[in-house]
Ligand binder design. Structure first.
Ligand code: BEZ
Ligand code: FE
Length: 291
């Protein structure tokens, strides 16, 4: 096939041959992405002298991830998370938006536990319905504004979700009611939102599958620092997916999925005069106008 390198192995000529096998109906973007993927995967195999046994072990990990995945669990995404790929892609996607002297709030990865069908709840109400004995309630509130002008953004959806103190999101846990610890809040005329939630606690990502096996192989732990997830959406503005991290939490320096970023750590302060919450968290969000 005329694609062997001078040492008789399959070298760059072979790789070019595989890339050039794509037909004329492949779209330009697909050609760019797949060409680079093939090039890097071939170079990787050559660099580490990948053996058939090792390659098959990798294939089995991918198949195992597929078998474990369903509408409640996305193991493929989890595997990407422990090798930092979701964080890297998030950074690449949103880097442009931050190249301004008035940047919007930083983004962070979505993770596998968001639900599209979270209910809309009234501002000032709660998302914690099965508050566990070791759970501590916090009142979270803030204002959403235009990053450039500071103008408040009313009628903006603030979609939040968090794990319980046992480390489980409600869809992973039969003991939590449907949509516990999640909800969407619509900002008022001043762009303000508010709700009661749990002060978040660190938790392990699911480690009984290939993502956990990878962590073991890399001699790493499975914990994430305490965080709350947010998606903030306003008409005419770029949607923001992010996470905020308790500045006093363990694992800020060694998050198992590499999601912690500067500017996303927050301080919970003691809340006075409110029998419903021990902690107060004020968190304002800035959104960038859509181009
Ligand atoms: C999460 O924060 O929900 C999460 C993110 C990545 C992997 C697993 C969980
Ligand atoms: Fe999470």
């Amino acid at each position: 096939m005329g694609s062997q390198s001078t040492d008789g192995g399959l070298g760059q000529e072979f790789t070019s041959h595989v890339i050039q096998a794509m037909g004329p109906n492949t779209t330009p973007r697909m050609r760019t992405v797949l060409s680079a993927l093939i090039q890097h995967v071939h170079d990787f195999a050559r660099e580490v002298n990948l053996t058939t046994e090792e390659w098959l072990a990798g294939v089995e990990m991918i198949n195992w991830a597929g078998r474990m995945s369903n509408d409640k669990r996305n193991e493929g995404q989890l595997v990407c998370d422990v090798i930092g790929l979701e964080s890297l892609v998030d950074d690449i996607t949103y880097r442009e938006a931050s190249k301004t002297d008035k940047p919007p709030t930083s983004s962070a990865i979505l993770g596998p536990f968001w639900r599209a069908d979270a209910p809309i709840r009234e501002n000032g109400t709660t998302i914690t319905f099965n508050t566990p004995k070791d759970g501590v309630v916090a009142y979270m509130h803030g204002q959403v504004t235009d990053a450039e002008t500071g103008k408040p953004l009313p009628n903006t959806s603030v979609d939040v979700w968090q794990a319980s103190t046992n480390g489980l999101y409600e869809q992973q846990d039969d003991d939590q009611i449907d949509c516990n610890l999640r909800g969407k809040f619509i900002t008022d005329a001043e762009g303000r939102y508010s709700f009661y939630c749990l002060r978040p606690t660190p938790y392990p990502i699911p480690f009984d599958g290939p993502a956990g096996k990878l962590l073991k192989l890399m001699d790493r732990h499975e914990f994430r620092p305490a965080h709350i997830h947010l998606i903030v959406q306003s008409e005419g503005y770029s949607s923001l997916t992010t996470q905020i991290f308790d500045k006093d939490s363990k694992y800020l320096e060694d998050d198992s999925v590499f999601a912690v970023k500067d500017g996303l750590t927050v301080e919970f302060k003691p809340r006075k005069g409110d029998s419903q919450a021990e902690w107060d968290l004020e968190y304002d969000v800035k959104l960038a106008k859509k181009n």
